[in-house]
Design a protein around this ligand. Structure first.
Ligand code: HEC
Length: 159
């Protein structure tokens, strides 16, 4: 017996929309592979990352430096600062802040006791063995750790 479907199929053209989608997707696939393969287009995720990091740095350097702690007496930030202190500072200034290799942070601070010089001590470091934390912590977390240090210095926060 003749296959009845053979004749039926012969008269059925694929719908135009389907063909459009089909060839469109193929074209898009070829474009996508060409555009995002470093060997074809020179595109590279590392370059993109570098460009983004540069843009971030530029924005950060254009912002005027803060001279007062935005987190002073902010209990949430102080709690976060305590964690940062335990991780990055306690090794030299002791859990109690009373000093070890580094000086006592609850006593007189020779580089200055207002926010700006305290910030600079932490961000840029000081010559006799205080490392700078600008790169590793960033501005926000430096202010938070300082808010914690000041909570102990100034209003009886628990070390
Ligand atoms: C590797 C040890 C070390 C670490 C880690 C360290 N410090 Fe220090 N810190 C020192 C020393 C040593 C000095 C004294 C520097 C000087 O006299 O020039 C100092 C000085 C300071 C000063 C200035 C004190 C003054 O008399 O003016 C502050 C504020 C300070 N540290 C805060 C911190 C904070 C906050 C952290 C954590 C983010 C930290 N330090 C981490 C060793 C350290």
């Amino acid at each position: 017996m003749e296959n009845p479907f053979k004749d039926m199929e012969r008269h059925n053209k694929p719908p135009r929309g389907f063909l459009l989608l089909f060839f469109g997707l193929i074209a898009w696939g070829i474009y996508y592979i060409a555009a995002y393969t470093p060997q074809f287009s020179g595109w590279s995720q590392y370059k993109v990352l570098q460009r983004e990091a540069e843009a971030e740095r530029k924005i950060a350097s254009e912002r005027p430096p803060l001279r007062e702690n935005p987190y002073e007496r902010d209990s949430k930030a102080v709690a976060e600062g305590r964690g940062i202190y335990r991780e990055h500072c306690a090794g030299c200034h002791h859990d109690s802040l009373k000093g070890d290799v580094g000086p006592d942070l609850t006593a007189h601070l020779k580089y200055g006791e207002t926010d700006a010089p305290k910030y600079d001590s932490i961000a840029k470091g000081r010559p006799n063995g205080m490392p700078g934390f600008d790169e590793s912590l960033g501005r926000d977390r430096i202010w938070k750790v300082l808010a914690y240090v000041d909570s102990v210095r100034e209003y009886g926060g628990k070390p």
